[in-house]
Design a binder for this molecule. Sequence first.
Ligand SMILES: *Cc1c(COP(=O)(O)O)cnc(C)c1O
Length: 388
Amino acid sequence: MKFMTDYLEQAQQQALYREVTTLEPVDAVHVRSDSRVYLNLASNNYLGLTHCPIVQQAASHAALTYGTGSGGARLITGNHAYYTKLEHELAAFKQTEGTVVFSTGYMANIGAISGLATQADVIFSDELNHASLIDGCRLAKARIVVYRHCDISHLAELMNTTPCQGNRMIITDGVFSMDGDIAPLPDLVKLAEQYKAILIVDDAHATGVIGPGGRGTTAHFGLEGKVQVQLGTLSKALGSEGGFVAGSRILIDYLINRARSFIFTTALSPATVAASCAALTRLKAQPALVATLQANALFTRQCLTKAGFAISQGITPIIPIPVGSAKLALAMAAELKSQGLLLSAIRPPTVQPGTSRLRLAVSAAHDQAELADAVCKITAVAQRFDIL
Ligand SMILES: *Cc1c(COP(=O)(O)O)cnc(C)c1O
């Protein structure tokens, strides 16, 4: 047991120790803990759809009709009717020939990458890609070449100098999960075409967030048909659970046959998949939700900039406030919590040492008065901790 206690003690000393806290959601953007209500600025519930009555009713109706669990893997007996509906509607939403739904975004990513890449292949991966993409690369037996964050000339140089017997693949987050910036997709598409590489884009934080109707990064840049593998999650803006891959029919059929995280796991429950269907229907019927989200993100970025923070402008709802040390990030998050704000202190190994940050995640369900008040509190705390 000593290696474990050693590890945990060291993590605690370095302010890297992690533990789960129990929260009771009050609505899409407020949570209760120890009988106190907090404004949630740490959730990926970008459109507030977790508490949309239509979505909630769809989930409870599905549980009452089909039962609580799917009872089996999708290729055995777990593929209930909501799956067919969801994959059909997701394909229409993404404007691709097909989609396949996995049990989580993490599983979609590791299954798709390890299913696609073989020993002869080379994967070019952005250094700030999400852990699930990194783990997918690790599971694949391909060679992995990491390029500097969003640095197209570095990527071009590496593609030029790295020999490859098999397929080349470029893998990137669409919207980066800890920085909130958008991948330079037009340039990545050009490079991919030049080297006949397969482009894989993870739109976990872009689905329901950017692009017309919230259709993601590919649609945002008008590059429909140019990105071979689009990954996404149903657990963030869509307020449910599950991950998906969107692309050609052949890609989908291939992954159904090859992705181990698709094959060897129990299908999602009817309630979960029905909630995703209803959320997607809601989003299609109410694209203004995306505009509200983007307006709230822009508003918050402007308030922070006015307060003196060095914040890049943009429309994504992920807003990092650079702090530096893990200890400081943790202390500031604790102080803000005591003032009723829930923000995440992002520390290594999620980000590089020395780049710890407070991460604000804005939702369409926030109201701007609450956001402005939160920025005031953050500003006062930042001044007290000497980072402003
Ligand atoms: C959250 C996230 C995932 C994982 O999705 P889950 O549905 O939570 O498993 C994958 N990629 C990125 C970029 C993410 O932020």
